[in-house]
Design a protein around this ligand. Structure first.
Ligand SMILES: O=C(O)CCC(=O)C(=O)O
Length: 274
């Protein structure tokens, strides 16, 4: 089984949780009709990406959103990488991605490790760490196809983490993300391309659609890049499902022809997970 089809549901997220969940369900069902086997949602898909909403709408695991993802995965016999949601754990909130296998079992939980605390003069200020706790684990999930590294948005700006995912065996890296109309045009395409090329993986970056009625204007442009750096599939800022084929033989081929991972000078430098 060296090929499989992935789908990114680039959905429009509003401040109505019920609407967001129905939209996610509708798009997941549509992706299944198109024979996707791994279906991916964007970062913070059940509420707006905004500190007040994230606190107000945070859910425990298991909860309404994760129950829905799990039962859809089981019913439709697909993997679901459930974007991310604000997860309540005790008195903390995390920005967390839950992954379910075809039996609806939870096979991965990634809590965003790098929090988006930025202040770009005259453009955008965001301080996620005011309300979100730091994740502490590197996440690689085992699927029947291959290992998939999962990280969330700002996490992808840290090449060390992306490299660790590849060193832990990931042949695909999936990143639910929500760049914005300042950092998106500046860095989105370049970052996902270079992470794919550096680590010789398929890189799947899943954004919400842009909602100008919301306080945070997501960039959109969900994209799948292959290990050579070619765009497999992409879209613009409006709602859409992006489909692409992952070819694991191609990962092998690129890694054989240009053996970057083997040519690292680990006698001179190392990268380790503590
Ligand atoms: O890195 C960026 O430019 C955007 C990051 C972000 O929006 C996030 O981490 O949610």
């Amino acid at each position: 089984m060296n090929k499989f089809k992935v789908a990114i549901c680039q959905m429009l997220v509003t401040d109505n949780k019920e609407e967001n969940l129905s939209k996610a369900e509708e798009m997941i069902r549509e992706a299944k009709r198109e024979a996707a086997e791994v279906i991916i949602l964007p970062e913070i898909f059940n509420c707006p990406y905004n500190n007040e909403y994230m606190v107000e709408m945070a859910e425990d695991y298991p909860g309404k959103t994760t129950d829905m993802l799990s039962s859809l995965a089981r019913e439709l016999q697909v993997y679901i990488i459930g974007g991310s949601i604000p997860e309540k754990a005790g008195d903390k909130v995390y920005n967390t991605s839950f992954t379910f296998n075809k039996n609806g079992e939870l096979i991965g939980t990634h809590r965003k490790m790098h929090l988006f605390d930025i202040d770009i003069e005259g453009k955008i200020t965001f301080k996620e760490s005011d309300i979100v706790g730091y994740g502490e684990e590197v996440t690689v999930v085992e699927t029947e196809y291959c290992k998939i590294g999962v990280a969330i948005c700002y996490d992808m700006r840290f090449p060390e983490l992306m490299r660790l995912l590849a060193l832990k065996g990931a042949e695909v890296i999936v990143v639910p993300a929500a760049f914005n109309t300042t950092t998106g045009p500046a860095h989105w395409h370049e970052t996902i391309k270079v992470r794919a090329v550096d680590n010789q993986v398929y890189f799947v970056a899943a954004s919400p659609a842009r909602n100008m009625a919301s306080t945070y204007h997501a960039y959109g442009y969900s994209t799948i890049i292959n290990p050579w750096g070619d765009v497999v599939a992409s879209t613009k800022e409006t709602e859409a499902i992006v489909y692409g084929e992952i070819d694991l033989d191609y990962v092998k081929k690129v890694r054989q022809e240009l053996p970057l991972l083997k040519h690292r000078r680990t006698d001179l430098y190392t990268l380790e997970e503590l």
